[in-house]
Design a protein around this ligand. Structure first.
Ligand code: PLP
Length: 387
């Protein structure tokens, strides 16, 4: 299966329909109770073994098929589904961290991941420390004897710096520390997390895999069986099940995911290039553009960029003015998330999030949807007039 191109594996899966019935979609198996043929089968059933069905929470043919397909996209071996991207992040932290341990998170990390780190620090006896995302091999100097996990995000999904992942992973491994990569931005298409050196690859399937802005789901993918078993313990103890209909909807999105991703990417580069030429914009924080910190790592390690990027407005503009710009946009919805067909916009108070960025102008993030880029540019042009 891995010898075929991603685009082909997104369409062909190993799912086998029940005898006497054939169709392309995977069946949707709804179940809380899973029936055992007899007591001996019930007693020998192991929820961790994906070839035995024990209870709806631990998997059905629908969720097992989705897990196998997601692992295949990343070149991983094992996958666990969670009811949201954030639940997948929490599964990783609770599986790998206990009282007395230390975790390192990039300073530009997805904010709810930071919030979870703070909660672990406050109430669970874990220390969570934040590092400069551009630290690269310098992560070694931050690792303590009790550091168990380093989180990475490539790029950080608001400020967009691209880290030197191979250097960071290598330095962490030399100290015996695991790296978990939030690979939501690249979706396993623009970057495969294991190729960059990550031990655990996490996705918010809510974004490109779904593609419809109509569901929430997360995935945790690994290559190492023992590591997957530790994660599976947390998955079970925390009760992280997903609905069969949502699992089906994610699978429905997979055949078109790469084509959508490439369309988002082409549209975003066109819009970003137009914004770059505007006098109101100080910087375009898009990994494929030179303004973006870590652009050289993107060029070296990535094969695409998707639809998400940010801009920094010229420092002469006040927040009241850039808020007017955001409100004046007609084709961009004001909302979180990305990866759906509709373009989105969101202003961020980056100065409060990153101390190094205290003098930067107002940051506005765009998700370029699947609309005609020319129409989006016309909308941006009329909204810039509102500044
Ligand atoms: C959206 C997102 C998540 C969380 O996903 P949800 O399904 O919304 O909980 C995690 N990390 C990144 C980078 C995201 O963009």
């Amino acid at each position: 299966m891995n010898k075929k191109a991603v685009q082909t594996t997104l369409i062909h899966s190993d799912y086998v329909a029940p005898g006497g019935f054939a169709a392309f979609p995977t069946g949707i198996h709804h179940a809380s109770t899973v029936l055992f043929p007899n007591v001996a089968a019930m007693r020998s059933g192991q929820w961790k073994e994906k070839n035995a069905y024990t209870y709806g929470l631990h998997g059905t043919p629908t969720t097992f098929t989705l897990e196998a397909r997601l692992a295949g996209i990343e070149g991983g071996e094992h996958c666990l589904l969670a009811p949201s991207g954030l639940a997948a992040i929490a599964m990783i932290d609770f599986a790998l961290l206990k009282s007395g341990d230390d975790v390192l998170l990039p300073d530009n990390v997805y904010n709810p991941n930071r919030e979870l780190g703070r909660w672990l620090s406050q109430d669970f006896g874990v220390t969570a420390r934040f590092y400069d995302p551009m630290v690269g091999a310098g992560i070694a100097e931050l690792i303590q004897p009790n550091t168990r996990l380093v989180w990475a995000e490539a790029p950080g999904s608001v400020s967009m710096e691209v880290p030197d992942l191979p250097a960071l992973c290598k330095a962490a491994h030399e100290k015996g520390v695991l790296v978990a990569l939030d690979n939501t931005w690249a979706a396993g298409l623009a970057l495969r997390g294991f190729d960059a050196g990550a031990d655990i690859v996490m996705h918010a399937l809510t974004k490109y895999q779904s593609g419809g802005a109509d569901l929430l789901m997360g995935a945790v993918i690994t290559r190492d069986r023992a590591l997957n078993d530790r994660l599976a313990q947390a998955h079970m103890r925390l009760g992280l099940g997903v609905g069969a209909d949502d699992a089906f909807l994610v699978m429905r999105g997979l055949p078109t995911m790469k084509l959508r991703f490439e369309a988002h990417d082409a549209g975003a580069r066109q819009v970003a290039a137009w914004l770059k030429a505007r006098p109101e914009i100080a910087k375009v924080l898009h990994p494929a553009f030179e303004d973006c910190p870590g652009h050289e790592f993107w060029k070296r390690d990535f094969r695409g960029a998707g639809g998400l990027f940010s801009v920094l407005f010229d420092a002469r503009f006040t927040e009241a003015q850039t808020d007017r710009f955001v409100d004046a946009l007609a084709l961009f919805g004001i909302g979180y998330s990305w990866g759906g067909p509709n373009s989105l916009v969101m202003p961020y108070r980056i100065q409060g999030m990153r101390k190094q960025w205290r003098d930067a102008g107002i940051l506005v993030r765009f998700n370029i949807g699947l609309e005609e880029p020319g129409d989006l540019i016309a909308d941006l042009e009329q909204a810039l007039a509102a500044l």
